[in-house]
Design a protein around this ligand. Structure first.
Ligand code: ATP
Ligand code: MG
Length: 426
């Protein structure tokens, strides 16, 4: 018997996990709104060239990870592997960059990678992009905002900020030349990947996972010696602002990031709790991209966080979220069910902060109460024969050590009002 399965590397998020996802997403929305960032939603599919040109022809993403296909008109399209290119495209197309902009997006990204824990072929990012501020204060704001998010999620203690500056394109070119020369003299000792990269993307060798290559890099020329004055000043002021805010970081001069478009500030938030997939968030400055896309030269800076890795980290720390209803409604027969349905409908309209689940599919009281228990609800609300006669309802506590109560409709509304206030406070 054949059975359909999800595509390899593409994952179903099941109902017992979605409360945690929703908490993560809602917290992000709250923090972003509190900093004046607005959401932007762009298509999942773009012209392949858009990604190839901005991310870089010789990056892993463009060389081997994109889901590209000809559409029926033979145009080459790609599922987006990241969100920055689309956001810049949209910002230029709709003239959003007249004055400074702060935007964010959240959604699925697609990369053909080897699936493992924290690495999928469809994964989700929260991305933030800012346009129009050239100074380091914009980078500082982004990093402080990250810290607010981590704190609200309860994971701030688990994350380290790694920071670097990769300078101006000219500084990078001069450093690239020096690094290439140094590495070419030691070509035979490099791992195979790094040998291949020496001609195409030598800076990527800096974050090679090979121990022998890393040992060679210990004595390699340092980016620091090639930095331009403006980038140096930018970096120093950023560090000063972070120091002021008590946000600690470690300078990692080998941090270059896998995408070509960065300049000056680059950073990653990493954790020791997730093995090889240690980076939960990465970003930096990309001051050249807007003009590359045909817009007026506009400084830009942003980051993207991987939601799967944040979920994994929270699960590792046993941080969880659940959706438990407040009321689970049971009824004795068809007549009582009808009454209960109307009452549930009324309660949801008048107490919109309450979660009200009605038992469907009949069955004995005993089996209905079993389901009520399993639902996680705080109270069972009973519509039995007695209640039909008296016009009252019975509330039976399922969790807390409370008394069972039989209430008139008026008393019930007072009680539900209190319950709703309590729920909202929490
Ligand atoms: P990595 O080095 O782990 O491949 P990256 O440098 O390719 O990451 P970015 O393009 O900067 O990642 O994306 C930002 C974040 O998105 C990463 O820090 C990570 O948390 C997440 N991410 C990237 N690729 C994947 C993936 N295939 N599966 C799950 N999360 C991912
Ligand atoms: Mg990658």
């Amino acid at each position: 018997m054949s059975q359909y399965r999800a595509i390899r590397g593409m994952v179903d998020v099941l109902p017992d996990e979605t409360p945690l996802w929703q908490m993560l997403e809602q917290t992000a929305r709250d923090v972003l709104a509190a900093h004046g960032y607005a959401e932007i939603r762009t298509p999942i599919v773009e012209n392949t060239e858009l990604f190839a040109r901005s991310i870089g022809e010789v990056t892993d993403i463009v060389e081997k990870e994109m889901y590209s296909f000809p559409d029926r008109n033979d145009d080459s399209l790609s599922l987006r592997p990241e969100g920055t290119a689309s956001t810049v495209r949209a910002a230029v197309q709709h003239n959003l960059i007249q004055s400074p902009q702060r935007v964010w997006y959240m959604g699925p990204m697609f990369r053909y990678e080897r699936p493992q824990k924290g690495r999928q072929r469809q994964f989700h990012q929260l991305g933030v992009e800012t346009f129009g501020v050239a100074g380091p204060e914009q980078d500082a704001e982004l990093l402080l905002m990250c810290r607010q998010w981590w704190t609200r999620l309860g994971i701030n203690d688990e994350l380290t900020l790694e920071l670097n500056t990769i300078g101006s394109p000219e500084a990078r070119a001069s450093y690239k030349a020096a690094l290439t020369e140094y590495l070419r003299e030691r070509f035979d000792a490099l791992d195979e990947d790094s040998q291949r990269r020496l001609d195409t993307n030598p800076l990527r060798i800096l974050d090679s996972k090979s121990a022998s290559t890393q040992a060679i890099l210990d004595d390699a020329p340092s980016m620091t010696d090639h930095l331009d004055e403006e980038s140096k000043a930018h970096h120093e002021r950023l560090c000063q602002l972070l120091d002021m805010a008590g946000l600690s970081y470690s300078i990692n001069t080998r941090l270059v990031r896998g995408l070509d478009y960065y300049n000056k500030t680059v950073f990653e938030w990493t954790t020791e709790k997730l093995g090889a997939q240690a980076t939960v968030c990465g970003g930096g400055r990309y001051d050249m991209m807007v003009s590359q896309f045909g817009g007026r030269a506009t400084p830009a800076s942003g980051f993207a966080a991987g939601l799967e890795r944040l979920v994994l980290l929270m699960q590792t720390l046993n941080l969880d979220a659940t959706f438990d209803p407040d009321l689970y409604i049971v009824s004795s027969d068809e007549n009582a069910f009808g009454q209960a349905m109307l009452e549930a409908d009324r309660i949801r309209a008048e107490f919109p902060g309450l979660g009200v689940v009605q038992h469907l599919g009949g069955g004995s009281f005993k089996s209905q109460f079993k389901r009520a228990d399993k639902s996680g609800a705080a109270w069972a609300m009973v519509f039995g024969e007695e209640e039909m006669v008296s016009g009252k309802v019975t509330l039976k506590p399922l969790r807390a050590n409370e008394q069972q109560m039989t209430l008139s409709r008026e008393e019930l509304d007072t009680f539900l009002g209190q319950l709703e206030r309590l729920t909202n406070e929490y």
